[in-house]
Design a protein around this ligand. Structure first.
Ligand code: TRP
Length: 442
């Protein structure tokens, strides 16, 4: 007899789990450094448009495919479209999860290290120098990366998804409150007007630069966990009765708010202390400690709290990434969950080692980017949008317009015509054009 598939306990269980996957290092670490490098407001505007015009329809289609197929990403395409080209989307998803987690573990490890630093005396003095000394040493960051991956593996191995669901319930509200308080504080530091101009005052001349589009669309996919079947899988645990449209809207609004508020923490402080917005992957690890240092008395406590929450947000996303690869291996190779998780967790850790080393210990560059930045761009800006393109095309070609509206619960809503138009024409063409130009301008 076939084992009954698991389902979410409630609609909110599903929304929270999807939010847990979406809100992560992408909102704080990746968003601020991508926005810093992408020139601020120009990046932000294109990113917000991408979330609305590309992210929202792609998320709905992923949920709908999953809910309909009631199985994982690779199997879903096999089931709904046997022996067809669409199956590559599932395979690419597994590859993307693998690549993303390899460097995600490195940054997750950094957040572990900073918790430890704040517990044992803080990041004293020159925060930039402190960060560089840390990532420049070959062994220490790899140790923290190992620890982060170890915790991720342990959670996925035990399959304590319940624990994750419950912890998300607590963690998200606390993280948002802390972020809002920090943003309020950061805005008083003297860099507010410069930061607000940088973030919200459009610089029209910068819209001609294709690399900003490439980065902003990639960020939209990365931060919403789209384009590789994770949302598809989450949708597959939904009963057909649940409505998708409002769930997707909640997830998207919350995820976007997290990113913007994180920007309001990072950029005012950055301008107040004259730090460089384009410094790349280390940005939040330098700017935030500078803020905490300024808060006399309780700065170290806030430092601990912040990095604990960042680490938890990172873990709930890392788990969703590892689960995709593990679920595939269990079904494909027939190995036990324990062996699959331990084995692939260790391999992903090893693949992440060059990313860690590339931050200062050893010079490892690919196409002019450090290995970490390359893996990040390759997966986020290339694999995910490509996966999203295939998913959007699948949803809009294999389903007639009416069926698509029905599957995504859009039928009869006021936004139906707009979303249908985005899904069928705007999103696929935009992704394609941006990918081509992005590749040419790598
Ligand atoms: N969205 C997460 C973040 O912003 C990262 C993440 C988790 C992810 N699962 C994913 C990205 C699946 C792409 C695909 O940190």
């Amino acid at each position: 007899m076939k084992k009954e598939r698991e389902q979410w306990g409630s609609r909110w269980g599903f929304i929270l789990a999807a939010m847990g996957s979406a809100v992560g290092l992408g909102n704080i670490w990746r968003f601020s450094y991508a926005m810093g490098a992408g020139g601020g407001s120009t990046f932000l505007i294109i990113y917000l448009l991408s979330v609305l015009i590309i992210g929202f329809p792609v998320m709905l289609i992923e949920f709908a495919i999953g809910r309909r197929a009631q199985t994982d990403a690779i199997d879903a395409f096999k089931k709904l479209a046997p022996k067809s080209f669409w199956v590559v989307a599932g395979g690419m998803g597994v590859l993307a999860a693998f690549v993303i987690l390899s460097f995600y573990g490195v940054i997750g490890g950094w957040s572990f290290k900073y918790i430890f630093s704040y517990l044992t005396g803080g990041v004293a003095g020159d925060t930039g120098g402190y960060f560089e000394a840390f990532v420049g040493s070959p062994i220490e960051p790899i140790g923290w990366q190992f620890l982060f991956m170890g915790v991720t593996v342990a959670i996925v191995m035990l399959g304590v998804q319940k624990g994750i669901e419950t912890s998300s319930k607590w963690m998200m509200p606390i993280l948002s409150i802390l972020l809002i308080l920090l943003a309020g504080y950061s805005l008083t530091l003297g860099g507010a007007s410069e930061a607000l101009t940088f973030m919200f005052h459009p610089d029209w001349s910068a819209f001609g630069d294709p690399s900003v589009y490439f980065a902003a669309v990639g960020q939209a996919f990365f931060t919403l966990s789209l384009g590789m079947g994770i949302m598809l899988t989450y949708g597959s645990y939904l009963s057909p009765k649940e409505k998708l449209t409002s769930s997707a809207a909640y997830i998207i609004v919350l995820d976007t708010l997290f990113a913007i508020i994180a920007g309001l923490v990072v950029f005012p402080a950055l301008f107040a202390f004259d730090l460089d917005p384009t410094q790349g992957a280390g940005l939040v690890f330098v700017v935030l400690p500078t803020i905490f240092q300024n808060i006399s008395g309780i700065g170290a406590i806030i430092g601990v709290a912040f990095f604990v929450l960042l680490a938890l947000a990172a873990l709930s996303s890392a788990i969703s990434l590892l689960e995709v690869v593990v679920a595939y291996l269990i079904r494909r190779l027939g190995v036990s969950r324990k062996i699959a998780t331990l084995g692939i967790g260790f391999v992903i850790f090893l693949v992440g080692v060059p990313s860690s080393l590339s931050q200062g210990a050893v010079s490892i560059e690919v196409f002019g980017d450090s290995f970490l930045d390359f893996m990040d761009k390759f997966s986020g800006n290339l694999l995910l949008p490509l996966g999203g393109l295939i998913i959007a095309l699948y949803g809009t070609w294999s389903w007639k317009s009416d069926e698509l509206l029905e599957q995504t619960d859009l039928k009869g809503t006021a936004i139906a015509p707009a979303i249908l138009f985005f899904a069928k024409y705007v999103a696929p063409i935009a992704i394609l054009v941006i990918l081509v130009f992005g590749m040419l301008n790598w």
